[in-house]
Design a binder for this molecule. Structure first.
Ligand code: NAP
Length: 337
């Protein structure tokens, strides 16, 4: 077992996801001993952590299963627990509301119980979400803005948020919520809008796809770059006291802008001819515009996101282009064998 320089140990749930994998890399760089909770799937989805597989320790577990969470906390003996696991896709939360409530909501209480019983004072970070603001009552939103969730996902995140505050107040635990706005990267799951666009635009550029089918071009989001947001998670747990923080850029952009910029990144200006609006992708209730005020995180934690919207879009599209180019290469090589 490697001995960490800081002597700190972290347990990261959702380590195979976008945020979990970036956070694990950053914690390793800081000298943490990193444990990751991984659920059993018929086909493992560990590609995001393949590069660090020999430096982290994976523990079997599922947010549905109390015993597995108890065991993970006992084995990892963490100083810090980052709960990033969730059924995290808003669209699916409408078709699977009960699973979303079980994992994204109740799963948090199971993990809090595990940390309360076996965590020995471990600090706990909860991945809360701007989707809790939903049909916003003011803009930009701050840590004091009232919630109005518009999806089973948002509702489950509100439940989890309050469960965290309740455990903090009831048991004096160090528990903090990071209310993060959309953050993206080439590791974003393929079903999420930004990745669907970057992947689709790359395929259109390479002649592998003709049309990009989207539910709307009008919604607006406050989009940031994921590794900067996982840095914020770490800062939240280094603060002198448990507290709740918004993580956002403070600027929102429409889906239309994202799409236009993605096509521009590959040199296509007539982008409208490649985009089809398909009601199949519209949601029963939409969140029209989210924009967060990151002042508190800036002032208290010294956190400032620096990646621009344009850089983010370009990074994602170019990564997908490179991936398809690599696949073509490999297929050509295989064909020549
Ligand atoms: P993600 O890529 O979808 O990752 C979700 C992770 O949760 C995956 O590792 C997944 O494992 C794991 N998971 C799902 N169900 C589980 C279960 N029943 N038990 C244990 N693990 C389970 O999400 P992300 O973008 O990294 O987001 C991380 C967290 O931040 C999530 O809680 C998300 O809701 C929240 N959040 C994200 C954003 C954003 O813009 N990215 C914004 C605000 C809040 P598998 O690999 O096995 O599926």
């Amino acid at each position: 077992m490697c001995v960490s320089q800081t002597g700190k140990r972290a347990l990261v749930t959702g380590i195979t996801g976008q945020d979990g994998s970036y956070l694990a890399e950053q914690l390793l760089q800081k000298g943490y001993e990193v444990y990751g909770l991984v659920r059993r799937l018929s086909t493992p989805s560990t590609h995001n952590i393949d590069g660090i597989a020999d430096r982290i320790q994976l523990l079997d577990g599922d947010l549905h299963d109390q015993a597995s969470l108890d065991r993970a906390v006992k084995v990892a003996e963490p100083d810090e627990v980052y709960n990033l696991a969730a059924q995290s896709f808003v669209g699916v939360s409408f078709s699977q509301p009960v699973v979303t409530g079980e994992v994204t909501g109740l799963g948090v209480v199971r993990l809090l119980e595990a940390v309360r019983s076996h965590g020995d004072g471990a600090r706990y970070y909860q991945a809360a979400s701007s989707e809790m603001f939903g049909k916003v009552v003011e803009s930009p939103q701050t840590e004091k803005t009232k919630f109005y969730p518009r999806s089973p996902y948002g509702v489950a995140k509100v439940y989890a948020y309050w469960a965290c505050i309740n455990y903090r107040e009831s048991y004096g635990m160090f528990i903090s919520n990071g209310i993060l706005y959309n953050h993206e990267s080439p590791r974003r799951g393929i079903e999420f809008l930004t990745r669907k666009v970057s992947d689709g635009v790359a395929r259109i550029k390479l002649g592998l796809l003709d049309k990009l089918r989207l539910g709307t071009l009008d919604t607006q989001r406050d989009w940031g770059y994921a590794p900067e947001y996982t840095d914020l998670m770490w800062r939240v747990l280094q603060h002198t006291k448990p507290d709740d923080f918004i993580g956002a850029t403070g600027a929102s952009h429409s889906v239309r802008e994202f799409v236009e910029m993605a096509f521009r990144a590959v040199g296509i200006s007539e982008w409208e001819t490649h985009v089809v609006l398909d009601p199949k992708f519209a949601r029963p209730a939409e969140v029209d515009r989210l924009c967060g005020d990151p002042t508190k995180a800036k002032e208290v934690l010294g956190w400032t996101p620096t990646t621009s919207f344009e850089q983010l879009v370009e990074t994602m599209v170019k990564a997908d282009l490179a991936r398809y180019a690599g696949l073509r290469h490999r297929n050509a090589d295989a064909g020549s064998l």
